[in-house]
Design a protein around this ligand. Structure first.
Ligand code: UD1
Length: 422
């Protein structure tokens, strides 16, 4: 297994290009199943999760061709000949459940393996299933699989989500585009990835209003057609690399970044003493003079502070002046990076969903282990600021969500290299 060696110390200066959003691409790809005509995505990120979704779609009979070094995905679902999403693929990635709504809407039947647990919490799919039932789907859970049927086709209905779920909103939004009549989705997720999906579906002929607010209305149509769509900028990759100069000092411009993708996050950076400026190419981030200030963070659905940036923010706050409190409200077990940061000299107390971080002058390099995607990049950020060398092992987690991490960070002056495993 590969690992990443980081030597901490210097300032970072220069530019980092930000890729298309992993989480948007993982929901735009299954949208191909809604139409017999081709769907082409541009600005796609080059990530192992995208390969897993490609494999899943191909197993169903879709054609997925990766062009321009993976930045363009040309897809066609003309010949869907298998309606079973197999456990062997689904278990690798929870977003696989997003093929359920589209397959059911288009062909009236689908069998999808339950994704199972995940390191950051239980993460059930009950909300996805209840939402599809509200559209008339008949569901049965058998041998670890969801067997879904809609013999006369899906029918528009009202979906009242008891809590905000990004994935469940995406699944039912896609399904509703081909349901007969009107669907109203209440307490819908408002993430930019939902708006991006709705934009793409509209290009395919769907009638959707209210995306980006908590009530989305969909007027079902008989069929959707082909389209070409650029994937929205990855706000989590953006926020992650905004933290690099914040932690190390220096000034870095994040190409393609936009303030409206990271509003709540920027408010916290500002309070910590980091300046963020919008330029014509993206966002320029610099650390103002002196040690950064402690800030409290509560993770929330968009437009709140994203759970996917909590681990990286914790890496910053480890060397802040004072005590910061981070509350994780989305996933129950998302502080697995804390023990690893403690190995590097951080002072962190975790009680349930709350982590209290008392800033220290300096972190010290250490061997650490990546436990999930965002945790792994937080350890790299911490390593960049630490004295000495940090070796982050199990970096396959990182490959799921960050393309060319070594190239992007060494391009702004970081001392970082990938060490090939046996
Ligand atoms: C998506 C993102 C993930 C991000 C998360 C929250 C993708 C591929 N992943 O995950 O990076 O961290 O949003 O912003 O887009 N829940 C249920 N029942 C369900 C579904 C969810 O109880 O059926 C719970 C979850 O356990 C969690 C909360 O709802 O506590 C929010 O999860 P959700 O928004 O669904 O996250 P994902 O879509 O899986």
């Amino acid at each position: 297994m590969d690992s990443i060696l980081v030597s901490g110390g210097g300032e970072l200066n220069g530019q980092i290009p930000i890729a298309g959003a992993k989480n948007a691409c993982l929901t735009l790809m299954p949208a191909t199943l809604l139409s017999e005509e081709p769907l082409t995505l541009t600005n796609a990120p080059r990530l192992s999760d995208i390969k897993t979704m490609t494999e899943l779609l191909q197993s169903l009979g879709a054609e997925v061709t990766s062009l321009q070094d993976g930045q363009v995905l040309a897809m066609s679902s003309h010949d869907i000949n298998n309606h079973t999403a197999d456990y062997d693929i689904v278990r690798k990635m929870r977003a696989s459940i997003l093929v359920l709504g589209p397959m059911l809407a288009r062909d009236g039947h689908a069998v999808v393996s339950l994704p199972g647990g995940c390191a950051i919490g239980a993460r059930p799919v009950d909300l996805h299933l209840k939402a599809l039932e509200a559209l008339g789907a008949e569901l049965e859970l058998k041998d670890g699989y969801v067997h879904a049927k809609a013999p006369g086709g899906l029918k528009g209905g009202t979906v009242d989500f008891p809590l905000v779920s990004v994935g469940a909103t995406e699944n039912v939004l896609m399904a509703a585009t081909l349901a007969k009549g009107t669907t109203v989705i209440n307490n819908a997720a408002r993430e930019p990835e939902i708006v991006d999906l709705a934009d793409c579906l509209r290009k395919m002929g769907a009638q959707i209003d209210g995306d980006g607010t908590s009530t989305i209305t969909v007027q079902g149509v008989d069929r959707l057609h082909g389209a070409t769509h650029p994937v929205v900028t990855d706000r989590i990759e953006l926020g992650t690399y905004m933290l690099a100069p914040a932690i190390c000092g220096g000034e870095v411009e994040l190409l393609g970044g936009r303030l409206n993708l990271v509003g709540a996050f920027c408010e916290k950076l500002d309070a910590a003493g980091i300046s963020v400026e919008e330029t014509d190419k993206g966002l320029k981030v610099a650390r103002r003079n002196g040690r950064i200030s402690a800030v409290d963070v509560v993770t929330e659905p968009f437009p709140g502070f994203p759970t996917d940036l909590q681990a990286q923010m914790m890496a910053l706050l480890c060397t802040a002046n004072g005590t910061s409190v981070l509350e994780e409200k989305i996933f129950e077990n998302r502080f697995m990076h804390a023990p690893e940061l403690i190995r590097m000299g951080a002072q962190i107390d975790v009680h349930g969903g709350t982590a209290t971080v008392t800033g220290v002058d300096r972190l010290k390099g250490a061997p650490v282990m990546a436990t999930d995607l965002r945790a792994s990049v937080s350890l790299i950020l911490a390593g960049l600021a630490a004295e000495g060398e940090t070796v982050v092992s199990r970096v396959y987690h990182l490959d799921r969500g960050y393309e060319h991490v070594v190239g992007k960070l060494s391009g702004v002056g970081a001392k970082i290299e990938r060490i090939k495993g046996q």
